[in-house]
Design a protein around this ligand. Structure first.
Ligand code: PHE
Length: 353
C-alpha cells in the first residue's frame, strides 16, 4: 500500500510538471483528486483490509491527499504567474515607435505679430480695449477732427453702411470712445480689422489690421512717445534698429510724424526689394493728440496731454517674414502658417509665383 501511494504521488508530480495552463491543471485535478481518481478508489478499498491494517492505511491515504493538494496549489500559483507574465509581455508599449506624421496647427503671421505687440505693450502698462468694426462716422472721423468734407478724409475713404455709419477706416475711433468713457490717466492699446475702399494689390487690401496706442496724462511729451516707440522697434526689429521720425500730418495729432525703421531685410544697407533701396521701412503714424481732439472728447487740454500711434499689422508681418505680397496673408494658403516660427521657409514654395 505504501509503495503504491508513493508511486502515485511521483506520477502525479511528474504530470503536474508538464501542466502549464489552467485547463491542463484542472484536467489533472479531476484525474488525481476527483471522485473517480486513484485516492478515492483506495479509500473505497479500505473496507477490504483487516481491522488492524485499516487505521494506518487510512492515514497514509489522507496524508497523500494533503500532499497532492499542496503540490497542485504550488503548481497553480506557478501557472498563474506565467500566464500573467505572458499577458503583460503582449501588452508592452513601444514608447520609441515613431508616430504618424501629421501637420501641426500654427499661428497666422498676423496673429504672431499681434500676440507679440500685446505682450510688449501690456508689459509697459497698456490695457487692451476693443471697439466695433461697424462704427459711427462720429467716432471714426468727426471726433478725430475730420469734419465732413475735410480733404483728409480722402486718404481714408471707406465703406458706408448708412450715411453716418461706416466700416472703420482705422483703429483710432477707439481713442475717441476711450477718452469719452474714461478719465486720465489713460494707457490703452486696441487692435483689429479695418476697412478702406482700396483695390487689393501687393501692398493694399480693402480689409487689413491695425494696432493703436493711446497714452494721456499730465505732462506727457514727444520724448515719451519716442522712448515708447524705440522700445517697440527694438522688440520687433531687434536691438540694432535705428528709428527715424519724419514730420507728417494727421488731423487728430499735432505735431504728427511717421516712423521709419532700419530695413529688416538689408539691415539698412539699401538696394533691397523690401525697402525699395532706401534702407528704411515705413512702419507707423503717430503724434501728440491734437488738443482739439482732447476737447472734443471732454478732456481738458490745459491740464492733460498725450500721444497716439497706429500701425498696420500686415506691413509688419510682411517685413518680418519676408512676404512680398499682402494678398498672400488673406488667401488662406496653409503655407503662410508657420511664418511665426521665425523663418520664411513656408513662403519659399510661393516665391516663383
Ligand atoms: N490712424 C492713422 C492711420 O490709420 C494712424 C495714426 C494713429 C496716426 C494714431 C497718428 C496717431 O493712418
Amino acid at each position: 500500500m505504501r509503495e503504491r501511494i508513493g508511486a502515485l504521488l511521483d506520477e502525479a508530480r511528474a504530470a503536474l510538471d508538464g501542466a502549464d495552463t489552467p485547463q491542463s491543471l484542472e484536467a489533472l485535478r479531476v484525474q488525481y483528486l476527483g471522485k473517480k481518481g486513484p485516492l478515492s478508489a483506495l479509500l473505497r478499498g479500505l473496507g477490504q483490509l483487516s481491522a488492524a491494517e485499516r487505521p494506518e492505511a487510512g492515514k497514509w491515504i489522507n496524508a497523500a491527499r494533503v500532499e497532492m493538494e499542496s503540490a497542485f496549489a504550488a503548481r497553480e500559483a506557478g501557472v498563474k504567474k506565467a500566464a500573467r507574465a505572458l499577458a503583460l509581455a503582449g501588452e508592452t508599449l513601444d514608447v520609441t515607435e515613431p508616430r504618424e506624421d501629421y501637420p501641426l496647427g500654427l499661428l497666422h503671421p498676423i496673429s504672431t505679430i499681434l500676440d507679440e505687440l500685446v505682450d510688449l505693450f501690456s508689459g509697459m502698462g497698456y490695457e487692451v480695449v476693443e471697439g466695433p468694426e461697424v462704427e459711427y462716422d462720429l467716432y471714426n472721423f468727426e471726433l478725430l477732427n475730420q469734419p465732413r468734407h475735410h480733404p483728409a478724409r480722402d486718404a481714408q475713404d471707406t465703406f458706408y453702411i448708412e450715411d453716418n455709419i461706416v466700416l472703420r477706416s482705422h483703429t483710432s475711433p477707439v481713442q475717441a470712445r476711450t477718452m469719452l468713457s474714461r478719465k486720465p490717466p489713460i494707457r490703452i492699446i486696441s487692435a483689429g480689422r479695418c476697412y478702406r475702399a482700396d483695390e487689393a494689390d501687393a501692398t493694399h487690401s480693402p480689409v487689413f489690421h491695425q494696432i493703436e496706442g493711446l497714452y494721456i496724462d499730465k505732462g506727457v511729451s514727444m520724448s515719451d512717445l519716442k522712448g515708447t516707440l524705440e522700445a517697440f522697434a527694438r522688440r520687433v526689429y531687434g536691438p540694432e534698429v535705428n528709428v527715424r521720425f519724419r514730420p507728417s500730418f494727421f488731423p487728430f495729432t499735432e505735431p504728427s510724424a511717421e516712423v521709419d525703421l532700419t530695413c529688416p531685410a538689408c539691415k539698412g544697407a539699401g538696394g533691397c526689394r523690401v525697402c525699395k533701396g532706401t534702407g528704411w521701412v515705413e512702419v507707423l503714424g503717430c503724434g501728440m493728440v491734437n488738443p482739439k481732439v482732447l476737447e472734443l472728447c471732454g478732456i481738458d487740454s490745459a491740464v492733460y496731454s498725450g500721444f497716439a500711434f497706429g500701425m498696420g499689422l500686415e506691413r509688419l508681418a510682411m517685413q518680418r517674414f519676408g512676404i512680398p505680397d499682402m494678398r498672400w496673408l488673406f488667401e488662406g494658403d496653409a503655407r503662410m502658417l508657420g511664418a511665426g516660427r521665425g523663418g520664411s521657409a513656408q513662403t519659399e514654395g510661393r516665391r516663383g509665383e
